[in-house]
Structures are given as structure tokens and as C-alpha cells.
Design a protein around this ligand. Structure first.
Ligand code: GLC
Length: 535
């Protein structure tokens, strides 16, 4: 794909569209077991269509013991009974397509569940035909772990199989053994999984931890970061030069992309936490057919400050342009604290406006459109292994951002039946912050979100237009989007001060986060986001 196709030609659905992430356990329970399911999602698809989003991405729905809530897959080609059946899935795809929505699944290629038949066979012994489908090493000379590699969830990345005396690798839980992507049979089997779902009508995939697929074959210790000192988080200790972003990973992704390209108009977005210089080589271009979008998590990772966001926006947009790849933006997902909690309620609409007006594909996390916040989960109700395994680092727990969707003011919030305990507690504010209440209020967060998506659809410059930032007072981030002579200005006040912006604020207000239409040139109010057509 060359730059001309990406910016001037008709955009593909994954370029012009908005992706909406559903965490299936928490979206809609239809059978009263306190856990969301596929028939529940199908029932709510008209809500998605009404939001003005274009694609739904479902976190994993496959057969799983749920030790990492579905990111531990025991059968890639079946639906976990908790969520429903393949027939329910087919009905979901049909309804999505009837409504004009694309459907994306979560593809988890780095590791399986230890319950997967492949791993069970590998455990049979060193001669098992599936042994080499996973990553095995002999103990270190002292009998301990083969090297110092660590799991993302704390502790060593190695677990001993007492029967064979060898260790197997797991970058996450011991019950999530890493597949050996160097083995061509593994790659073929995993590519067949993609074909299976594409034949069933799936339009795309979010690919889990795609930058971790390969490890360096020498299995050397990873160096300790020079800036790390005892007492700092263990997680920040090692420089992951042998377990992340390996050259072979790029090769495997090119093969994966070729499988996607066997089908019409499919896409994949890769989960990749890397700085821009290492991130963009994963982005698909004509010369380098990789993932269509490598997730850009930098709005989450860096400080919430007008200057920092502007600097990053300028740098990233220019870098995408230079290599001919399409940008994308994310504010939240099932691994990150809710953005309204992170940036603060006052900045919520500024952040939402930014996400939906920067150049590139936005991904929206369910519930963020109504302003759902982190929910404090008492210890006895916490279930996330990332949190439970690292009790000394409370921020690692991901339960707070995974609570049930707030549909209405009933005791089960419309998520589950009255009297049923949902798998995670509902937010205390669900009687007030919910879809039904916000539908009735023209000034609600939900209606602001809809106004933003409508404006995007009605304003080609907001979708395909060039981006350029404009100088403004320190706490204001201002930029323009420009297409075929049509211009839109976005003014974002990251602070509590009022700013008179002169010519920059001159023009017709298209939308303001303050629910009104300020006159041309009117000062930008504290925490206001304003979109205008310049005079
Ligand atoms: C990804 C997922 C996360 C999961 C991990 C292991 O980071 O987003 O939820 O725990 O991979 O599969």
C-alpha cells in the first residue's frame, strides 16, 4: 500500500472507520449467569450501529479455562460455552453485517492455554510430536531456571515440568505456555485458525502481544536496565532485548499478512507496546506487508499535557507519513485504567474529542462513550491474575476497567438480571451513569460521543484530511485537518484557564464540549473542546 492509496484514494473501512472494543464478559448477559455472552452482544449491536462506530472487536470468546479470562485458549476454533455456540457466533456475524458493522476477533498466537490438546500432547515427553510446538529448555547448571527472563505477570517466565525435568517458557501465566513460532508446523496450524474464522465471515483480527512471538535462540540473560535500582518495580528491571521485537517476529507477521491477503478486504491490528521508531516497522505498507495497524498506545503511556500530546502527535503523524502507513489512536482497553479516571472527569471530553479528531483510526473501549470510570474492587472480589500475582503493585490489577456495561438504572444495570451477582461488581454510579439515562439527556456524554461520530461522518476532512498543529497558549493544543481546501480547526483546552485565541478561534463552531455554539472568536473556556470551520 502506498501513501497515495492511503491518503488520497478511497479509504478502506479500517482507515475511515471507528473500532469499538467489546469485552464480552462484561457487555450483556442474556442467560442470567452474571457473565456476558454472544446472544447478549447480538442484541446490543443496534446500539453500536447507533453510536456511529464501524467495527466491533470482541476480546477472546474461544474455549478456555479462563485463567486469564480467555487469553488462554484451549481450542481456537470453538466458542466457550460460557459465551454460547458457533451457531450463536454465526448469528452475531450475520446481524453485524446486516447492520453494516464489521466484526473483528481477538487472535492469541503467542501462547495457548496449558489445557490445549497441543500442550497436553507436548507434556507426554521429549519425543512427543508436539514437544517442539512449545519452548523447552534444560535447567541451568544449578538446577534452576534456564535464564533470567520474567513473566509479564511477575516471577520467572519458566516453569518446570517435573516429569521430563525441562522448563517451558511462558511470558504470562504458567498456564499460558508460549508456542514455538520457529516451528513451521505451528505457524501453519495457527494460520489455519485465521482461515477458519475468515471463512465464517470475520472481517479482521486484533492480534494479541504480536511483538512477543519470537525469542532470541541463544536464550541469554536479559541485561538489567542501568537506571533500575533495588526498590523500583521488578517489572521495569530488565531490558527485553531477547524476548521482544525480534527480527523473526517480523518474518512471521509477513507470513500472517499473506494469509489475510488470501481473503478480500480483511485487516489485522497488532497489540504492540513499543516506541514509535520500533512500532512503525510493524505497519503495513506496499514495500512491507505487515499488520494493517500497529496499535498506538502513546496517548495512554505519556502524560496528559497539551505540549506533550502536541509533540507526540506531530512526531507520530510525520513518521506515519514518511513511511506511508496509516495512523491510529487508543485511549483505553481491557488492560489499562479507564481514561476518564486517568485524565480526570474535567478533561474527559477533551480526551474523547482528541481521540475522534486526530488523523487515524480511533479505537474506543466499551463504556467509555458514557464515561465509565475505574471501579474499586475489594480484594475478596478481585479476579485478575495480573493483579493477584502482584499484590505489591496494586496498579497492575485490571479488574477496575473490566466491570459490566451500564445500560440502565435497574439493580443489574441492564447487564444482568436482578438478583444475579455479576462476575465483577457493578460501578456504584450505574443508577446514574447509564445508556438509558444518557439517551434521554441531550447534553450527556453519550450524546456528545454521537455528535462527534456524526460530525466525523459528515466532515471528510476529519477522516481523510491532513493534520497540522498550530501554535497556541501552553495549555491549549490546537490543530487543523485539511482536505481539498476544506478546513476544520480543533481547539483543546487541557487546563482550567480561559484563553482568548484571536484568529485561531474565528469561525463557525461545529461542536463544543460545553453543549453550546460559541460565537466566532469567543474565548476557549476551561477544559473546553471545540471544533470549528475557520472563517
Ligand atoms: C495481552 C492482553 C492481555 C492478556 C495478555 C496475555 O496483553 O491484552 O489482556 O492478559 O495479552 O494474553
Amino acid at each position: 500500500m502506498n501513501e497515495a492509496v492511503q491518503t488520497a484514494g478511497p479509504l478502506k473501512w479500517w482507515q475511515s472507520g471507528i473500532i469499538y472494543q467489546i469485552y464480552p464478559r462484561s457487555f450483556q448477559d442474556s442467560n442470567g449467569d452474571g457473565v456476558g455472552d454472544l446472544p447478549g452482544i447480538t442484541r446490543r449491536l443496534p446500539y453500536l450501529a447507533g453510536l456511529g462506530v464501524d467495527a466491533a472487536w470482541l476480546s477472546p470468546i474461544f474455549t478456555s479455562p479462563m485463567r486469564d479470562f480467555g487469553y488462554d485458549v484451549a481450542d481456537y476454533c470453538d466458542i466457550d460455552p460460557l459465551f454460547g455456540t458457533l451457531a450463536d457466533f454465526d448469528a452475531l456475524v450475520a446481524e453485524a453485517h446486516r447492520l453494516g458493522l464489521k466484526l473483528m476477533l481477538d487472535y492469541v498466537p503467542n501462547h495457548t492455554s496449558s489445557d490445549h490438546a497441543w500442550f497436553q500432547e507436548a507434556l507426554q515427553g521429549k519425543d512427543s510430536p508436539k514437544r517442539d510446538w512449545y519452548v523447552w529448555r534444560d535447567p541451568a547448571p544449578d538446577g534452576g531456571v534456564p535464564n533470567n527472563w520474567t513473566s509479564f505477570f511477575g516471577g520467572p517466565a519458566w516453569t518446570l515440568d517435573p516429569v521430563s525435568g525441562q522448563y517451558y517458557l511462558h511470558q504470562f501465566l504458567p498456564s499460558q505456555p508460549d508456542l514455538n513460532w520457529r516451528n513451521p508446523a505451528v505457524r501453519e496450524a495457527m494460520f489455519d485458525v485465521l482461515r477458519f474464522w475468515m471463512r465464517r465471515g470475520v472481517d479482521g483480527f486484533r492480534v494479541d502481544v504480536i511483538w512477543l512471538l519470537a525469542e532470541d535462540e541463544r536464550f541469554l540473560d536479559e541485561p538489567v536496565r542501568p537506571e533500575w535500582k533495588p526498590g523500583d518495580p521488578e517489572k521495569a528491571k530488565l531490558d527485553h532485548i531477547y524476548t521482544q521485537d525480534q527480527p523473526e517476529t517480523h518474518d512471521y507477521i509477513r507470513e500472517m499478512r499473506a494469509v489475510l491477503d488470501e481473503f478480500d478486504d480483511r485487516m489485522m491490528v497488532g497489540e504492540i507496546y513499543l516506541p514509535v521508531a520500533q512500532l512503525l516497522p510493524y505497519a503495513g505498507t506496499a514495500e512491507n506487508p505487515m499488520v494493517h495497524l500497529p496499535f498506538n498506545f502513546h496517548l495512554i503511556l505519556q502524560g496528559w499535557d497539551a505540549g506533550l500530546v502536541r509533540d507526540f502527535g506531530d512526531h507520530y503523524d510525520a513518521a506515519c507519513r514518511a513511511d506511508g502507513s496509516w495512523p491510529n489512536w487508543v485511549l483505553g482497553n481491557h488492560d489499562q485504567h479507564r481514561f476518564k479516571t486517568r485524565v480526570g472527569a474535567a478533561q474527559y471530553r477533551v480526551a474523547q474529542t482528541l481521540l475522534l479528531t486526530l488523523r487515524g483510526t480511533p479505537t474506543v473501549y466499551y463504556g467509555d462513550e458514557i464515561g465509565m470510570q475505574n471501579v474499586d474492587i475489594p480484594l475478596h472480589l478481585q479476579v485478575d491474575p495480573a493483579g493477584l500475582q502482584q499484590p505489591d503493585v496494586p496498579a497492575e490489577g485490571r479488574d477496575p476497567e473490566r466491570t459490566p456495561m451500564q445500560w440502565d438504572a435497574t439493580p443489574g444495570a441492564g447487564f444482568t438480571a436482578e438478583g444475579v451477582s455479576p462476575w465483577l461488581p457493578l460501578a456504584d454510579d450505574s443508577h446514574r451513569v447509564n445508556v438509558e439515562a444518557q439517551e434521554a439527556d441531550p447534553h450527556s456524554d453519550l450524546n456528545y460521543f454521537r455528535a462527534l461520530t456524526r460530525l466525523r461522518r459528515d466532515t471528510p476532512a476529519l477522516v481523510g484530511g491532513d493534520y497540522s498543529s498550530v501554535d497556541a497558549p501552553q495549555e491549549v493544543f490546537a490543530f487543523r485537518r485539511c482536505l481539498d481546501g476544506a478546513q476544520v480547526t480543533v481547539l483543546l483546552n487541557f487546563g482550567a484557564g480561559e484563553h482568548t485565541l484571536g484568529d485561531l478561534a474565528a469561525g463557525e463552531t461545529l461542536l463544543s464540549s460545553c453543549n453550546d455554539r460559541p460565537a466566532s472568536g469567543a474565548p476557549l473556556r476551561p477544559h473546553e473542546a471545540r471544533i470549528l470551520r475557520p472563517a
